[in-house]
Write a protein of this length. Structure first.
Length: 241
């Protein structure tokens, strides 16, 4: 299966680059973002190889190293990465949710070729340690949300949109968006990442109908929200500590 970086021309005639990771087209960027993307792509490859080769005799050191690889992309304190390809905040995230999502990547219930390659080498006990570590982090939100959208997002989060059959987000995610169990924390989540997730919900999650998980609850909600409503909710939760 091919891995690497290939140049191509995009519609406006400028040079662009496609990154292939284990045969899958992972990221498509312009020349301006090329150096940053190459660095991230190299980190992904190095992390996966090192995770797979970690000596089992030094389990404690190995899992700490694996946490370090997660931090390379998700941030030292799990604050996420805001760039061309936003990487989500894991800080303060619910332990059960992180473990469930890692399993979803392994089972292909959730599609992401990079995360599949990272997750499938993790043992269940290591998933628990990694999830617990990121749950313990508490950095402030990265910011960058459009403040003009926050009030509208707060109303949707707290009250829902009854006329569109959209329940209040707080009903599952908690009044402060802290999450609980398999329902994720949304407080402080990156604004562009939340938009990306809600805009392409059924394209990434719930990919095996015979093995539904909690993500099935969100599918009709995500489909019922307009782009402006999605951006408003993303702005509100992204502003929360």
């Amino acid at each position: 299966m091919k891995s690497g970086i290939q140049k191509q021309k995009i519609e406006d005639g400028s040079d662009a680059n496609e990154i292939y990771f284990h045969g899958a087209r992972a990221i498509h960027v312009s020349e301006n973002g090329f150096k940053k993307t190459i660095r991230l792509w190299s980190i992904f490859q190095l992390a996966i190889v090192t995770i797979a080769l970690a000596p089992p005799a030094r389990a404690e050191n190995a899992v700490e190293a694996k946490i370090g690889y997660c931090q390379d992309c998700h941030g030292h304190l799990g604050q996420g990465y805001r760039g061309y390809y936003p990487i989500p905040r894991l800080a303060g995230q619910q332990v059960e949710y992180i473990k469930n999502q890692l399993s979803a990547f392994i089972e292909r219930r959730r599609t992401n070729n990079i995360m599949f390659s990272v997750a499938h080498v993790l043992r269940p006990a290591e998933m628990t340690v990694i999830a617990t570590k990121f749950h313990s982090f508490d950095p402030g939100p990265i910011g960058g949300v459009p403040k003009a959208r926050v009030a509208a997002g707060k109303k949707i989060f707290e009250d829902g949109i009854p006329e569109q059959n959209v329940a209040a987000c707080a009903a599952c995610h908690g009044p402060n968006a802290e999450g609980r169990g398999q329902f994720p924390r949304l407080a402080g989540q990156l604004y562009p990442y939340t938009i990306k997730a809600l805009s392409n919900w059924s394209g990434e999650r719930g990919q095996i109908p015979g093995k539904p998980d909690v993500s099935v609850v969100m599918a009709p909600v995500a489909h019922s929200l307009s782009r402006q409503e999605i951006e408003s909710v993303a702005a509100y939760v992204g502003s929360l500590r």
